[in-house]
Design a protein around this ligand. Sequence first.
Ligand code: SAH
Ligand code: DHB
Ligand code: MG
Length: 222
Amino acid sequence: MAQETWNAVERYFCDLLVQPDQSLNAAAADGEAAGLPPIAVSPNLGKLLMLLAQCIGARQILEIGTLAGYSTIWLARGLGASGRLITLESDKKHAEVARANFARAGVAELIELRLGMALDSLPQLAAEKRGPFDLIFIDADKENNTEYFEWSLRLSRPGSLIIVDNVVRDGKVIDAANSDKSVQGVRRCNAAMAAEKRVAVTALQTVGSKGYDGFAVARVVG
Ligand code: SAH
Ligand code: DHB
Ligand code: MG
């Protein structure tokens, strides 16, 4: 049982459950055509982000790591009335592709893309007293996951959801001796979430077109 089966089952569920959406498909296609890495969330995970945003009636969303804006568009579709989304991206080319994708998807008015290193943008958001964000999606460089999680706590409120992508990394997450900086970053953040009394947190493993990975979901409780 491996990649081929995971792909086929993902296709089955996406065909069955995820309504075709021209602008989402085009966003993914244009990202890849522009040479961006093919690491956006899968359609079924994108739809989960939208559903979670809708479940909590999210009106303020923060995303760390835009890429071509594929997950951003899903999240924007989950925004309640008069909702707004801020997405942080350090790569100018990614930001350009994403902005074009937002316009085509009809969500550009709802989204503020901040170009820059997330560790510069996050304190800026705090200084501007932005937030509290109802949902925060952490999906940028994994080395800084812990810092992103800590800023997310500062920018959230009790009841907010913090979702962290890519917490399994082909199972490498359980290898404390793994020297990969991303794996170390993911492990350090997982430990920080576990130790943090202000959140209730769980994590899920996923398989599919993006291989074997997973995400963590934390609910801010205090
Ligand atoms: N959320 C996207 C995928 C994001 S990929 C989706 O699922 O569709 C990770 C993105 O984070 C890349 O575009 C990368 O350029 C960006 N990134 C990496 N390091 C960053 C940093 N320090 N600050 C802001 N963005 C960063
Ligand atoms: C990588 C980053 C991601 O956000 C992702 O979803 C998959 C892979 C990466 O940097 O390898
Ligand atoms: Mg990711």
